[in-house]
Design a protein around this ligand. Structure first.
Ligand code: NAD
Length: 497
């Protein structure tokens, strides 16, 4: 059967790219399986989408927020109904195991219901005035057209984290998903359309970062760019938005760490290290790609960790017994393999894995063995740079202070974790770890949608998504003063004569 052909969504219509070109979306577990053909759009398509979103903003901003929220609520209900189908399609297009893709859809559901609630909140403040017969308040205002640029590792959750708050706040959206996961993007847009979103409010344009992404981030009519992806591309987004001060919200790379102290519950920490390191094949921005272990328990802990990693079942994520899927594509698997070479050359001890998996079904996909490097120095490249694959670098340490220093000694600042039973260390770590997210006795992954999500240093640019913090990205504060004295009252002057 020929692969299904998908289209862009612009002005409430499903349309082909004007150039008529397309690209294939391949299943990373089976490259003979073409998931679909998607439009390879260019600047023309993008411009049409932005123009439409600009027009639609004029009316969408005036729709009462509780009405906007009803669309999100209905969309979340449809996501619930189709959860299994969406999860299966997601596993097929990006490889992570079904249990995890169900979780990805659930994040979008949670965010839909949560942001629907914001339709009846979007709180500002009423406050006092220093002058008599005067009223003062602050209100949130939508900004305009929001450009959404997303990665492939959370194909529904991340777009939902951006699109739902942007819409409930009264903005319109042009959405450019990653080219490895356009099917999940298509599903989300279709569902929002079915839920009753007016034409032009949400537009989907698929295609490369170089063509569609660049055109979106440089478009003068786009008021906000919200980007999740690599630090390298995030830097480009930041530069593109800087000349005319358009807002940009960046969520980028990570080099997260789990610290295991000598008093930790070893079995609990092992479970966490395994899930944090190899969940989603290590392709999470919050993946625990570094593991710091106290020297007193190092030998015993690492031996058990290696044993557990070797026994992980790797394969097609649609098989319920599989624990780890493939890398997203051959390029990513090759990049992982290059880092393994770097680790060996740096003198780290390869304890398991270190090779692509071959033979049988493995030859069809981009499978890589769970890989662990021991005795890493914290300044080695494999302990500093984001690998984004199933590779964990284990670093021994001698004291709590050294552990915190190692944890903070990278350019990224997304997530960190500590396993200990010492309450004083827990609170010190909560204070001193320099990441945007800290876990205690849990791995570096597992964010919940009602708390702020994002990172410090080169992981982010000071914004947060999720929680009510997300609304700060998609709204401008407006301070409003109403003087009902009937006379000119001068702040700071008439109050101090
Ligand atoms: P990427 O930076 O290659 O691509 C992200 C998006 O940007 C894609 O849609 C891509 O097409 C687009 N893009 C690429 N080049 C562009 C350009 N020059 N101009 C505009 N857009 C462009 O990232 P990826 O490989 O899709 O995702 C992996 C990265 O995402 C990792 O670094 C990971 O840590 C990061 N990530 C971060 C978070 C977070 O919340 N901090 C979450 C998930 C993923």
């Amino acid at each position: 059967m020929p692969p299904k052909v998908y289209k862009n969504y612009i002005k409430g219509e499903w349309v082909e790219a004007r150039c008529g070109k397309g690209f294939e979306n391949l299943n990373p577990a089976d490259k003979n399986d073409v998931v679909g053909l998607f439009p390879a759009s260019d600047k023309c398509d993008l411009d049409a989408a932005v123009d439409t979103a600009k027009q639609a903003f004029k009316s969408w901003r005036l729709v009462p927020p509780p009405k906007r929220a009803e669309v999100l609520f209905r969309a979340a209900q449809v996501l619930v109904e189709r959860k299994e189908e969406l999860a299966r399609d997601m596993t097929r297009e990006m490889g992570k195991v079904l249990r995890e893709t169900r979780g990805d859809v659930q994040e979008a559901i949670d965010m839909g219901f949560y942001m629907a609630g914001e339709g009846r909140r979007l709180f500002g403040q009423t406050t006092t005035s220093e002058l008599p017969h005067k009223f003062a308040m602050s209100i949130r205002q939508p900004i305009g057209v929001v450009g959404v640029i997303t990665p492939w590792n959370f194909p529904l959750a991340i777009p939902a984290w951006k699109i739902f708050p942007a819409l409930v706040a009264g903005n319109t959206v042009v959405f450019k998903p990653a080219s490895d996961t356009p099917l999940s993007a298509y599903h989300l847009v279709k569902i929002l359309n079915e839920a009753g979103l007016p034409k032009g409010v949400l537009n989907l344009v698929t295609g490369s970062g170089g063509a569609v992404g660049v055109s979106l981030m440089t478009h003068p009519d786009v008021g906000v760019i919200t980007f999740t992806g690599s630090t390298e591309v995030g830097r480009e987004v930041s530069k593109a938005c800087a000349p005319d001060f358009r807002h940009c919200h960046l969520e980028m790379g990570g080099k997260n760490i789990i610290l295991v102290m000598e008093d930790a519950n070893i079995d609990l920490a092992l479970d966490g290290a395994l899930w944090g390191g190899f969940g989603t094949t290590g392709q999470r921005c919050t993946a625990a790609s570094r593991l710091g272990v106290h020297k007193k328990i190092y030998k015993q802990f690492v031996a058990k960790f290696v044993e557990r990693a070797k026994n992980l079942k790797v394969g097609n994520g649609l098989d319920p017994s599989v624990e780890m899927g493939p890398c997203i594509n051959d390029r990513q698997a090759q990049s992982v393999h290059n880092y393994v070479g770097i680790g060996k050359n740096e003198g780290a001890q390869l304890l398991c894995g270190g090779e692509p998996l071959t033979g049988g079904e493995y030859d069809l996909g981009a499978f890589y063995a769970p890989t662990i490097f021991g005795d890493c120095h914290p300044k080695m490249r494999i302990a500093q740079e984001e690998i984004f694959g199933p590779v964990v670098s284990v670093i021994p340490f001698e004291s709590f202070e050294e552990a915190i220093e190692i944890a903070n000694g990278v350019v990224y600042g997304l997530s960190s974790s500590i396993y200990t039973r010492d309450v004083n260390r827990v609170f010190t770590a909560m204070r001193d770890l320099s990441t945007g997210i800290v876990y205690v006795n849990a791995p570096t992954i597992g964010a919940e949608i009602h708390l702020p999500f994002g990172g410090t240093k080169q992981t982010g640019n000071g914004h947060r998504e999720a929680g009510t913090a997300a609304l700060d990205v998609f709204t401008e504060w407006k301070a409003v003063y109403v003087d009902f004295s009937g006379a000119l009252q001068r702040a700071q002057i008439d109050t101090h004569t």
